[in-house]
Design a protein around this ligand. Structure first.
Ligand code: ZN
Length: 170
């Protein structure tokens, strides 16, 4: 765990995911065994709701798992948690792949379309929409002008390259 949190980009990722208190929970999470949310709250001094919130958020990302046990007398369920920080690299990779896919779709869209803008209200239209509107903005009747998306496209390509580099498929 310490070694995972020492990596600044992983720590930043986790911070965006679970915030300061979540990081605090990870730092204080007992090395071995399985723990209920109440035990974790008591041991770490973090409030129970915050512990639960962090655990469920981590669970959604596969970074925490629980085992459910039923008290045979009361019928109450207890959830015993442990962390799966060994999966952090896979989880971050999956997230980056998903972002990359979206950016590449956006890149294709920007490359395949010609854009027209209404400078009065800032609305952007594709070439096909602009034709339908006869190059007149439907919301304010101003003439549409060609919009150069070169800068946006260049920024997209840069972002895509840097993610590919991180993922090792540049
Ligand atoms: Zn307009």
């Amino acid at each position: 765990m310490d070694e995972v949190l020492e990596n600044p980009s992983i720590k930043a990722y986790l911070f965006r995911l679970i915030g300061e208190e979540g990081i605090n929970l990870l730092e204080k999470f007992p090395k071995d065994g399985e723990w209920s949310d109440e035990q974790l709250a008591a041991q770490t001094g973090i409030n129970l709701n915050s512990v639960r919130h962090s655990l469920y958020t981590l669970y959604e990302k596969r970074l925490a798992e629980y085992r459910r046990i039923k008290n045979s007398e009361t019928g109450w369920l207890t959830y015993l948690w442990h962390l799966r920080m060994d999966l952090i690299y896979d989880v971050i990779r999956d997230d980056l792949e998903a972002i990359l896919e979206k950016l590449e779709a956006r890149e294709r869209y920007e490359e395949e379309n010609d854009f027209y803008i209404c400078k009065a209200c800032g609305m952007l239209y594709t070439f096909n929409q602009a034709i339908d509107f006869e190059f007149i903005c439907p919301s304010c009747d101003q003439q549409l002008e060609h919009f150069d998306n070169e800068i946006l496209l260049r920024a997209l390509k840069k972002r895509i390259e840097s993610i590919k580099e991180t993922l090792g498929h540049a």
